[in-house]
Ligand binder design. Structure first.
Ligand SMILES: [Fe+2]
Ligand SMILES: [Fe+2]
Length: 163
């Protein structure tokens, strides 16, 4: 049986993963409006990954005899100044998600919910990748600055991301 405090924290994490989906889908839509189709493609795949994260937690709660209580999801921003600003925000967002996962790991330890602690190791590893990929693109955009040619080259590269 899942520990009730961990159950509450994981239900809240489901909300955060769906918010991540919403945020990245909104960024995808904004990239579409800028005609940066490669960036939009990358963000749509990223958004899709976030729903998988939410569903992974959902399955864990159910499997452990817990109850899913879906929460309200905030509206994400819908407009940004530049691709650079968007990826800086995505990187910041992933760092916040990592913090949130780490807190639930600590809670699982404190509550001696070993199954949840082990389950969350997958997310600890996943966040290393999530931070690295958003940081890499944020850094590239930093270097690109106002160089439109370099931006289009990166757009073409990101358009190749497979799901
Ligand atoms: Fe996630
Ligand atoms: Fe993420």
């Amino acid at each position: 049986m899942i520990n009730s405090k961990v159950e509450g924290a994981l239900n809240d994490q489901v909300r955060k993963e769906f918010y991540s989906f919403y945020l990245y889908l909104s960024m995808a839509a904004h990239f579409e409006s800028m005609n940066l189709k490669g960036f939009a493609h990358w963000m749509k795949i990223q958004a899709n990954e976030e729903t998988k994260h939410a569903m992974k937690i959902y399955e864990h709660i159910i499997q452990r005899g817990g109850k899913i209580v879906l929460q309200q999801i905030d509206a994400p921003p819908s407009t940004w100044k530049s691709a650079k600003e968007m990826f800086a925000e995505a990187y910041q967002h992933e760092q916040k998600v990592t913090e949130s996962i780490n807190k639930i790991v600590e809670l699982s330890k404190a509550e001696k919910d070993n199954a949840s602690e082990i389950f969350l190791q997958w997310f600890v590893n996943e966040q290393v990748e999530e931070e690295a990929s958003t940081y890499e693109i944020a850094q590239k955009l930093q270097m690109i600055g106002d160089d439109a040619r370099a931006l289009f080259m990166l757009d073409a590269e990101l358009g190749k991301r497979s799901s």
